[in-house]
Design a protein around this ligand. Structure first.
Ligand SMILES: Cc1cc2nc3c(=O)[nH]c(=O)nc-3n(C[C@H](O)[C@H](O)[C@H](O)COP(=O)(O)OP(=O)(O)OC[C@H]3O[C@@H](n4cnc5c(N)ncnc54)[C@H](O)[C@@H]3O)c2cc1C
Length: 501
């Protein structure tokens, strides 16, 4: 340790964000270097939703040495191979956004170019038929991918569905075993250092005080430190993402859990369906300018597949991000740092990404601007890249059934997205910028799935033998299908490997 090292970290909030941070810091910071305290209030509670994830969470769990089967058993978890989108392009249409790639590129030509060329010659099924994850999902099957990259099954990529409350509980046990101190109490005041403007301590309702050097604000939408105390400011993105409410309710599972999330477009927004081991998570994300609270609740309840298991829960939010995720000695993680609706299940990933970047740019007690500015720059990119991908789902629609969809279809989109769409429309070109979370396969799935087909293909595909393209496509498709047909049913895999106890 040197003289400037941080000795006291205080995490405010015990939702998914707070306990992910506590678990990661307790495992990955030098043992004994800093005392970690987490404050949470049972009276206030957590947001209580957040059930679907994306594949990078596997790396987070691995980094912490968490056994995947134990984690799934403890959280009523299931496997997720992607998202089925229903009625998004137009009513009656559906497509699958799988994790992992489509097919295989050939001589530097992207697979989707081969697919589009062949689709110009004969009728082809959906591009999802060339995805290992989608082929398994369509058959309700699951197996873990083998390390041998030559096998088609190695292209299968997965994430999880789980009960977010149970995940926080699981991580809490992990963090407490590693020495994190948990304090239950409601914070009623904060003290700032008059000179530096840094947060020095928080005061609890019972009169107790907790001092710290680095504060992690995981207090949820309100941003107790980052906004209410430091007044950092919020960039509002609701002109592109007009949904600002959600109503959530669990129901009984109608059968064995599917290994995918379903998202169905509805008049004023869209509905999620997330199968866990013990229940189905459901919710309607909607625009309050286009549906009232009662209308939204009625719409959700009319579209459930089983008996409800709790009262509907209503939530309000504004799409956007905190102008600086790190301000003074406060780093915001989770909902306090911003929120993009759960259409592609990215919020928990933002927490993971924030933790990883903070560890890579960990400050000392001098809190120089270099690390902070770099952290803020990187988190801005993370949020904006995902924002544009989510906006694409709304913009690329031919729905005409409601004012909400008319608005989305006609709205101006951010410049970066507009440029991306132009490149795609011209010759089907896509470029992954920097560390963008969603790669080519994801963009292709949504663009083609919602009916945006390029006018031409890039010239390089013309240099390839058409008979070779046709043959390669047929063989690939067959091998994905064959592999999927020989996998265990998803429910059987869970029963054997990770059933909740
Ligand atoms: C409708 C909806 C659906 C979602 N679906 C998904 C999804 O499918 N996938 C995904 O990745 N994410 C999803 N999310 C986001 C996900 O729920 C959150 O990102 C995640 O749970 C992190 O929340 P949090 O820990 O930041 O905040 P919270 O869960 O709100 O926790 C805040 C914590 O701060 C504490 N606190 C607040 N004020 C005080 C105080 N004064 N004193 C003491 N403690 C205090 C609270 O007690 C609580 O412990 C969804 C969010 C919404 C709104």
């Amino acid at each position: 340790m040197n003289d400037h090292d941080i000795r006291e970290i205080v995490i405010i909030g015990g939702g998914t964000a707070g306990w992910m941070a506590a678990a990661a810091f307790s495992c990955l910071l030098e043992p004994g270097s800093a005392k970690i305290t987490l404050v949470e209030s049972d009276e206030i509670g957590t947001v209580g939703v957040g059930e679907a994830t994306i594949p990078p969470l596997i790396a987070f769990n691995n980094m912490l040495g968490i056994n995947e089967d134990e984690f799934l058993a403890a959280t009523q978890g299931t496997f997720k191979l992607g998202i089925e989108f229903v009625d998004w392009g137009a009513p009656g249409e559906r497509y699958f956004h799988p994790f992992g790639p489509h097919g295989q590129d050939f001589r530097g030509v992207h697979f989707h170019q081969l697919y589009l060329r062949e689709a110009g010659r004969r009728a082809l099924p959906d591009i999802a038929e060339w995805s290992m994850s989608a082929a398994a999902a369509a058959r309700g099957r699951f197996a873990r991918p083998p390390p041998d990259a030559r096998l088609p099954l190695s292209q299968l990529a997965y994430a999880f569905h789980f009960d977010a409350g149970l995940y926080a509980r699981f991580l809490r046990a992990y963090a407490e075993r590693n020495g994190v101190r948990r304090v239950e109490g409601k914070i009623v005041d904060l003290a700032l250092d008059a000179e530096s403007g840094h947060v020095r301590s928080v005061k609890l309702a019972d009169g107790g005080t907790i001092t710290g050097e680095l504060f992690i604000d995981c207090s949820g939408f309100r941003g107790l430190l980052i906004e209410e105390k430091l007044g950092t400011g919020y960039e509002d993105w609701s002109r592109w993402l007009p949904c600002d409410r959600a109503v959530a309710v669990p129901c009984r599972l109608p059968g064995p859990p599917d290994p995918f999330t379903r998202s169905t477009a509805r008049g004023p927004g869209w509905q999620w369906r997330i199968p866990l081991q013990h229940r189905m998570g459901n919710g309607l994300v909607y625009s309050s300018a286009h549906a009232s609270r009662d209308e939204a609740e009625a719409l959700l309840l009319a579209n459930l597949e089983g008996e409800t298991l709790a009262d509907p829960r209503h939530l309000a939010f504004t799409a956007g991000r905190r102008r600086r995720a790190w301000n003074a000695n406060v780093v915001s993680l989770g909902l306090s740092s911003g929120f993009i609706e759960p259409l592609e299940s990215t919020s928990i990933h933002f927490v993971q990404s924030g933790i990883a970047k903070l560890l890579a740019l960990f400050p000392d007690r001098r809190f120089g601007p270099v690390e902070r500015d770099e952290y803020n720059r990187q988190m801005k990119d993370v949020f904006e890249d995902v924002r544009d991908f989510i906006i694409l789902h709304y913009k690329a629609t031919r729905r005409r059934d409601s004012e909400f969809w008319a608005y989305c279809r006609e709205m101006e989109v951010p410049d970066g997205l507009a440029a991306k769409l132009e490149l795609w429309r011209s010759k089907g070109r896509l470029f992954r910028e920097g560390r963008e979370l969603f790669g080519t396969a994801s963009w292709v799935a949504v663009l083609l799935g919602q009916g945006i087909v390029p006018e031409e293909q890039e010239p390089a595909v013309g240099a390839l033998d058409p008979a070779m393209i046709a043959d390669a496509l047929d063989k690939m498709r067959l091998s994905y299908r064959h592999m999927a047909e020989h996998m265990p049913a998803h429910g059987d895999f869970i029963a054997q490997a990770c059933a909740a106890r």
